[in-house]
Design a protein around this ligand. Structure first.
Ligand code: SF4
Length: 446
């Protein structure tokens, strides 16, 4: 029987990367990917615990699978990712339709779990924190990803314990991959056609790998990637302000490929709230990083994450957040009302009244979107360099990204996929820029 796997992925880029690696692992035991869930005999749900009601969404999703296979043979049902880690054997108890529960640091065991299930119909739960074993296992499996813009995980886990966050409990302690193995995987991705690599980690700038009395930081990785002529752009995400060390900041002047864009979450513009969140840095410290970066290159833009109405946030704290947004003028950002995650230190704190929280979120988003629109408008009638990622379905248009991560829709019939091309921006909205290919540069590049 042909073995087909359908993988559904929720959440961040890390999960997207993991889903690809899971597929590459199980292809070694004969599975082929299908985009049609009904044809699968193995169903994998790679889950995310960050958003609200994550657990309920997973059971809802499994309910849909159950319905889909009501009149067919049941597939092996695997729940992976952060919800799997957090819920562990509760999942199989609550939903016996689930066969395997596997946490993010145990993916190296997925083939064995599947084979065990196929041979003995034995259910399995794997939720240990074995990140080094996992790294070693996947180091031996070729990354077959052929995307123009690829993700590459270099670090996992977090030791920071922000009071609102589940990551230290679902991904475990900070752990960094071998410098040499990362470079080997990057070479493979470049050989496969990648022009842009985004280095990933829950605390990517906490990357620290030691071997033979030598230490390697994120800055060493960036500068090593800089030397690959076929690679055109380097990004990294997600960073913690406390780990924005000078060697990393200097990369913005030394590297020719590191983009002038940084996603650097601050969460609040109030020192009091940052302390309550256990963020371990102040607003002033964050601003000092921003200033250092701007001094190196005034084109550098920041994006951030904001948690609004964190327990204890007064009107004054909230206004400090607005003040910070007005000062930095983030190019884009994510903002949410605080919602407690079970098991975290902030899970039992007294919530701010819902109507107050909603009103504050509205005001924050108004300010953020204003900047976003304004920044995009300022690029109109200018030429920018766009890395073209793909041709849009059924259209004579291409999709690419600016150095600042903004999506760019380009008119054109010529094959430009995988190239960095000059694009004249004609119009914009909050999220995208629209333009035409401009091979004759008569207008100043932005
Ligand atoms: S640093 Fe990031 S991943 Fe770590 S606990 Fe804080 S928010 Fe979560």
């Amino acid at each position: 029987m042909l073995k087909k796997v359908f993988i559904k992925t929720f959440g961040c880029q890390m999960n997207e990367y993991d889903s690809n690696r899971i597929y590459e692992s199980i292809s070694k035991i004969g599975y082929e990917k299908t985009d049609n869930m009904s044809k699968a005999n193995c169903y994998i749900l790679n889950t995310c615990h960050i958003r609200d009601k994550a657990k309920e969404k997973v059971y809802h999703e499994i309910g849909r699978v159950k319905k889909n296979f009501k009149l067919k043979n049941k597939p092996i049902v695997i729940v992976a990712g952060c919800v799997a880690q957090a819920e562990n054997n509760e999942m199989v108890k609550r939903e016996p339709y689930i066969d395997i529960v596997i946490g993010p640091q145990s993916y190296h065991k997925i083939n064995d779990s599947i084979l065990k299930y196929l041979q003995k119909k034995e259910k399995d739960q794997q939720t240990d924190f074995d990140s080094i074993l996992k790294f070693n296992y996947f180091d031996e499996i070729k990354n077959e990803n052929t995307k123009i813009s690829s993700f590459l995980t270099i670090q996992e886990g977090c030791d920071k314990f922000c009071k609102f966050c589940v990551v230290p409990y679902t991904r475990g302690p900070e752990s960094s991959r071998s410098f040499y193995k990362i470079i080997k995987e990057a070479k493979q991705l470049i050989k496969n056609g990648s022009k842009e690599i985004t280095l990933l980690g829950q605390n990517v700038n906490a990357y620290l790998y030691k071997e033979n009395n030598k230490s390697f930081r994120l800055s060493d990785l960036i500068m090593a990637l800089d030397d690959f002529s076929e690679l055109k752009r380097i990004r990294y995400t997600t960073s913690h302000p406390i780990d924005m060390t000078d060697d990393l900041i200097e990369c913005y002047s030394k590297s020719k490929k590191l983009v002038p864009f940084l996603h650097l979450p601050i969460q609040s513009g109030s020192n009091k709230i940052l302390k309550l969140m256990n963020r371990n840095h102040t607003v002033e410290y964050y601003l000092s990083i921003y200033e250092k970066l701007k001094k190196i290159n005034s084109e550098i833009e920041l994006s951030s994450d904001f948690i609004i109405a964190y327990p204890g946030e007064t009107r004054k704290d909230f206004e400090d957040t607005i003040k910070l947004i007005k000062k930095i003028k983030f190019i884009n950002s994510f903002s949410f009302i605080f919602s407690p995650r079970p098991g975290t230190a902030a899970s039992n704190l007294k919530l701010i009244q819902e109507d107050v929280a909603k009103e504050r979120l509205k005001l924050v988003q108004k300010e953020l979107f204003l900047n976003q629109n304004l920044k995009n408008k300022m690029i109109e009638k200018k030429i920018i360099n766009v890395l073209v990622e793909n041709k849009m379905k059924n259209q004579e248009k291409f999709f690419g990204r600016s150095e600042h991560m903004t999506g760019v829709i380009i008119d054109g019939k010529k094959s430009i996929k995988g190239k960095i091309v000059p694009v004249l921006i004609e119009s914009s909205n909050q999220n995208n820029l629209f333009g035409t290919l401009k091979l004759n540069n008569s207008i100043r590049a932005a």
